[in-house]
Every structure is written in C-alpha cells, then in structure tokens.
Design a binder for this molecule. Structure first.
Ligand SMILES: [Zn+2]
Length: 496
C-alpha cells in the first residue's frame, strides 16, 4: 500500500533536474579576434595621430605582438605589451590599441577597466568597430542585454561587409535567446512553470538558434509540469530536430506518453533512450521502467476502468477493509515534523483536508477527531526523513508514503481495520527537493485513503488511489475514488 512514484527508478524522474539539460552557450562570436589587417594603414582613420616613421614602426611591432598575445588569451601580457606601444605617443593605431586593451581587460573580467579603455578608443576614433563589438561582449557578460544590443547595432552600421553583419546578427540572436533562457531556467528550477513557459516562447522566436534544442527541451518540461503532456510531446519532438542525439529528450517524451496512458509509445521512446545510454546502471534503470510501463499497460486495460467506481476491483483482490462503526469517531494522531528536511508547518493541514474529503465521500459515515496522544490513536501519521520503499513483483520502488493497516481482531475474515500507521517522507522521494503543496496533498489523500479502508489501488491513471503518482491526477479525489469510499461505508449510519 505504498504511494509509489511510477518513475522512481528512472535516472531523470518526473522532476526538472536541470544541470545537464543546458549545453554551454555557443558563442563563437564572443572572442573578438584582432586580425593582422587591423595594422594596415588603411585602417588608420585619424591621420593626425601619426608619428614619425621609426616610431610608427616600433609601435607597430609591439602592437603585432600584443595582438598575438590577446588572441592566444594571454591577456595580462597583451595589456603590458600594448601599454608599451601607447608610450610611443599617439600613432595611427591609437584607437585600435585602446580597443585591444579593452578586449584584454574583458578577457580578465576587469569590466571597469575594459569600459574605460573602450571609451578612450572611441574618443580617438568614434568609428572604431572593434571597440563597439567588445563593448557588446562586456555588456553581455554583465547581463546588460539592451546595452549589448545597442553596441552591436553600432557595430553593424560600421560593418564593412556581409560577413561582419552576419557576425553581429548571430551575436544579436544569441543575446535575444539567452536573455530569456537564463531567467527561464531559474523559473523552471523554482517551479514557476508558467513564467518559464512565457520566457521560453520568447526565446523560441529566434529559432533556429544554437540554443533551440535547449529551449524546446525546457518547454517540454514546463508544459509537462503544467499537466499539458500533449504540448510537451510537440516540444520534445521539436527539441529532437535540433538535438537528435540528446537521449534525455526521448526519455521525457516517454514520460509524456505515459501520462497520456499511451503505453506503447511510451515504451518505444524509453527504449530509444535505453539504446543510446552508455552507462549500464542507467540502462538497467530504463529497463526496469519499461517493465513498470508493461505493468501499467495491464492495469490500464483493466475492464474496471470504465465503471463508476473500483469497489469490485478491490473486493476481488481482498483489498477492502473498513473500520467498524463502533470505532467512530476515529482518533487521529499527527506527529510533529518540525526541523525535518523539507518539512513545512502546513503539512498537517493536508492530513485534515484529506480526512475531510474522505469523510464527505463516505456520506459522513466516517468521522474523526485529532488527538495528541499517539498511544490512543487509531490512525497514526508520522513524518519521516527516511527513504521509503515498497517491494512489488520483486522490484523495489521508492515511495512518498506508506500505510500499514492491522486487523481489528486476529483471525477474522474479512477483517476490519484495528490500527493504521502512515509514514510520509517530508521531501520529494525522487529528487530530494522540497515537495510542492500539491504533491504533498496528493500523497496525504492517497495514504489516508488506504488508512480508511481502500487498501488496494485503482487501475485508472486519474484516480488518486492509482498506485503511482501520475500527471493525470489532480490533487483531489475523483468521482470514482469518492464513489468507492461511499460504497465501502454504504450500510453504516451517518454521523450527521
Ligand atoms: Zn498506495
């Protein structure tokens, strides 16, 4: 009788796990290379800065060296060499040198110095393209996206050919994607799926971009998290077009098909994932997940699923055990979880909300009172930081909660419940993150359902008493759940 997460044996689980979702940003354009042609006299726009021939020659040698150091990423050396070149006094290369010094400071993440050098460069030559480009990188790295875009527009206006224009356009595109992608990722991690979705849709407007795969992958997670597994599949397929070798997308699509009860498709995608996975442990986990899906397929084809309740399904399995009428009101004890990992003070309210739901579903045949002495309780609810497991068909599955019911009198069949013990983990059993309120309430509803007599599981994905957490469940009991509880206590007297 465990509240099982059907995907507990998966490497990615149902939760957004980030991390490997995100590729390093492709920004080939970030490195501003200083070509040798920068030294050609044609580049020198401001002839009034030229010095005598020998000075120019000496300076130009230092500049060549400085540029090589810059391009090799030896920023400190470049700054030293280029500063030496400046000491010859104004040359025709003055603006180029200052721009290059700015770029070297940028490489060292010394943004204030970089900005000073770049401004000086533009003072000498307001048409110094490379200064605008480096400005764009500096602003970009400081997340000043609007300023970065403005600098690139200036660069574009000065671009000498199509290649330079394209370089600017590519960078502009990267910024337009990234400025939405970064906060989208943060929102997704924090569980703000709607906000993440809006940001990702903006980033997707730049398709195709170097981050399109990540954008659609994250959109798939966001939609699935919002319960829209159909759209999540669409986004997953799109992500696969951009990243055909990203195996985790197949996994997510598999989960989405599982949500929709399309088990054959789910198995096909998880198999694709397993085939591409090189880690034998992960492959084994995927194989176990496929076994779970095959179990699901059997459950979902159960003829009871079309009925208005699953009373007879549970009855046929010997999984209905009511409380005796004389035990009402049931005494409920809820332990204190204060200080436990992930525990929040509103958790006990999910227990009473669950009790109220089932009491109402029973037609008020059930009733309860909260007691503060565990020894007197009929139903004990215990919060725990322990990982909970349940063996089923030889496979160990992680569980968010478990319920153990004891018979009222030994030997009687069919037996009534005499005592019930519920244990609920205070944090997400898959990811180790904090539970959402919805997840915690769903777990409480499910386990309280067990403790009140529905000791088995529904075979329908949408029911709260389905054996695993699914995307189809609302944090609420379905009509079928309520009708089943209603039937169990049909012949009892109402307490009202
Ligand atoms: Zn269960």
């Amino acid at each position: 009788m465990a509240r099982q997460e059907a995907t507990s044996n998966t490497p990615h689980g149902q939760k957004w796990k980030g991390g490997r979702i995100f590729p390093p940003l492709y920004l080939a354009t970030v490195l501003a290379f200083f070509p040798a042609s920068a030294l050609s006299p044609a580049r020198a726009q401001y002839q009034n800065y030229t010095a005598d021939y020998n000075t120019e020659l000496a300076a130009s040698r230092l500049i060549s060296k400085g540029y090589s150091q810059l391009n090799a990423g030896h920023y400190e050396a470049a700054i030293s060499t280029l500063s030496q070149a400046l000491r010859y006094g104004p040359t025709r290369y003055q603006a180029d040198i200052l721009a290059a010094i700015g770029s070297a400071h940028r490489g060292l993440k010394q943004y204030a110095q970089a900005i000073t050098a770049l401004r000086e460069s533009l003072k000498v030559n307001p048409r110094e393209k490379s200064a605008y480009y480096t400005f764009a990188i500096v602003y970009y790295e400081q997340k000043r996206y609007d300023d970065a875009l403005a600098a690139l527009e200036r660069y574009k206006m000065l671009a000498k050919d199509h290649k330079e224009e394209k370089k600017a356009d590519d960078f502009i595109k990267d910024i337009q994607c990234y400025r939405h992608l970064m906060p989208a990722q943060e929102a997704l991690f924090a569980g703000r799926k709607l906000e993440a979705k809006e940001l990702l849709l903006k980033a997707a407007q730049q398709d195709p971009s170097p981050v399109s795969g990540a954008v659609h992958r994250m959109l798939a997670h966001a939609y699935r998290g919002m319960g829209n597994s159909e759209q999540a599949i669409v986004e997953g397929q799109m992500a696969l077009q951009f990243e055909p070798r990203n195996k985790s997308i197949n996994y997510v699509i598999g989960l989405c098909y599982k949500d929709l009860g399309k088990i054959d498709e789910a198995i096909a995608y998880v198999k694709r994932f397993a085939q591409a996975e090189s880690d034998p442990n992960e492959r084994q986990k995927a194989r176990e997940f496929i076994q779970d899906l095959e179990d699901d397929r059997v459950k979902l084809s159960d003829t009871s699923n079309g009925l208005p309740d699953y009373f007879h399904l549970l009855l046929s399995q010997g999984q209905l055990h009511p409380w005796s009428q004389s035990r009402m009101p049931l005494k409920i004890f809820v332990s204190d979880g204060t200080g436990m990992k992930g525990y929040r003070s509103n958790f006990p309210s999910f227990i009473t909300k669950s009790l109220d739901t089932w009491v109402k579903a029973s037609g008020n045949k059930l009733s309860y009172q909260i007691v503060d002495n565990a020894a007197q309780a009929d139903i004990q609810v215990e919060w725990t930081e322990d990982y909970l497991f349940k063996e089923e068909e030889g496979r160990k599955r992680a569980a968010a909660g478990i319920t153990a019911n004891q018979p009222e009198h030994n030997g009687n069949t069919p037996w009534n419940i005499g005592h019930s013990q519920i244990r609920i983990q205070t944090f997400d059993c898959l990811s180790g993150d904090d539970c959402t309120d919805d997840d915690m309430y769903s777990t409480c509803l499910h386990e309280i359902g067990h403790s009140l007599g529905l000791c088995g599981h529904s075979a329908n994905y949408s029911d709260i008493m389905y054996f695993g957490a699914t995307n189809r469940q609302l944090p609420a009991a379905t009509k079928r759940d309520k009708a089943t509880m209603g039937k169990l206590y049909e012949h009892y007297q109402s307490r009202l």
